[in-house]
Design a protein around this ligand. Sequence first.
Ligand SMILES: *Cc1c(COP(=O)(O)O)cnc(C)c1O
Length: 463
Amino acid sequence: MAMQYVSTRGAAPELSFGDVLLTGLAPDGGLYLPESWPQVVSSARSGNYVETAIDVMWPFVDGSIERDTFEAMVADTYATFATDNVVELVETAPNEWLMELFHGPTLAFKDVALQLVGRLFDHELAKRGGRTTIVGATSGDTGSAAIEACRDRDAVDIFILHPHGRVSDVQRRQMTTVDSTNVHNVAIEGTFDDCQDLVKAMFADESFRSEVSLGAVNSINWARVMAQIVYYVVAAQRVAPDGSPVSFTVPTGNFGNVFAGWGARMMGVPVDRFIVASNRNDILTRLFTTGTMAIEGVVPTLSPSMDIQISSNLERLLFETHGRDGQRIADLMAEFRDTGSITIDDAHQALLGELWHGERVDDEGPGGVVETIAAIHEQQQMLLDPHTAVGVAAARRNPTASPMVTLATAHPAKFPDAVEHATGVRPPLPARVGDLFERDERFEVLPNDLATVEAHVRSLRRS
Ligand SMILES: *Cc1c(COP(=O)(O)O)cnc(C)c1O
């Protein structure tokens, strides 16, 4: 039987994998989850990334894609990574591990899922004889990972909006030097918020939306979570091959990455603790500490990919821990939307506290990001990017008896200024992207105007 997917708000029809892949958000405003969690099959023991990935993901996609096609797709996806292991596990101290997730084309963990999602999109659209125009706004990381995932895909055109002159050189070049006819970079004369508003306005424009078959690859897409479950399984295999429990610390923004850890646990991976590591934007730390989740403004930090106001994927965890009661979650989310705050009752808070802990790490000060980058450089001659440093600092404040695996979400060379500030060393780009500053850039500068941007998309998308 093919897996069906249910909405966290309980009022949307169940969908197949292919529909969930292309739909993103459910019509009732909820996020999709599998109707049940399959158990990791015993053959997922090899420690081989591609084999494990196929075993772990197959029950989720079975019925939407042929087994042979899926196997080839997964192998092809992870052949784009710079190491044969795809992700590397490095022991940094007794019982303390780093899981390097940044060996993909854009040097950040989002590649692990997006490289697969781009291929899944192409396959599903070809099957249906359709096309899609992906639009997105980026302040850096997400844009380049989405572009690398969609480049050269037959059924996809991609337009990424970034704020003109306000993205770091490395991040802009990772987007604008991609030489592919279906990739379109637009520098908007405005801020990141302006870019995001333009994208929202394009999605709200019904006639434009259907005319160009607008699509998104945002972090609430179930397929991204699915692909991220794999490396938690792999980490447990490699760090504790005897099957004893492992803990994870995850530098968190939208809660997509750490929620995948929950998925792995539900599939049978023994997990002792999850440490949810946040920067100064600490809505999750406050939730796990006080039971109340309340919106505040966003503060810029050295770890910009975690500068978020709301962690959308948290809704999935709330659904899981509230007995999968969709009506309950719909009520909670309505309250959150209306008042900017919700409180989890004591019983549920206690339940969460058994497994989850939230930790906030500031940039400056004792045990902060800058100090942690400097300390790890001194002790291990290793350079951490600021996102990973939030994780390492949070892990060190919360020692466990079980092995602690901290997820390294970006390569230090993606954030050279912060790393140089902390250590005096400017991290070099890895050889495979070393010519980034010699490549030609291609982007169009457009005013912050919806009609102009829509006309640009219309004229360049392939039909
Ligand atoms: C996106 C991102 C994060 C946050 O991941 P979420 O899934 O949104 O929690 C952390 N670090 C880096 C480098 C990222 O790009």
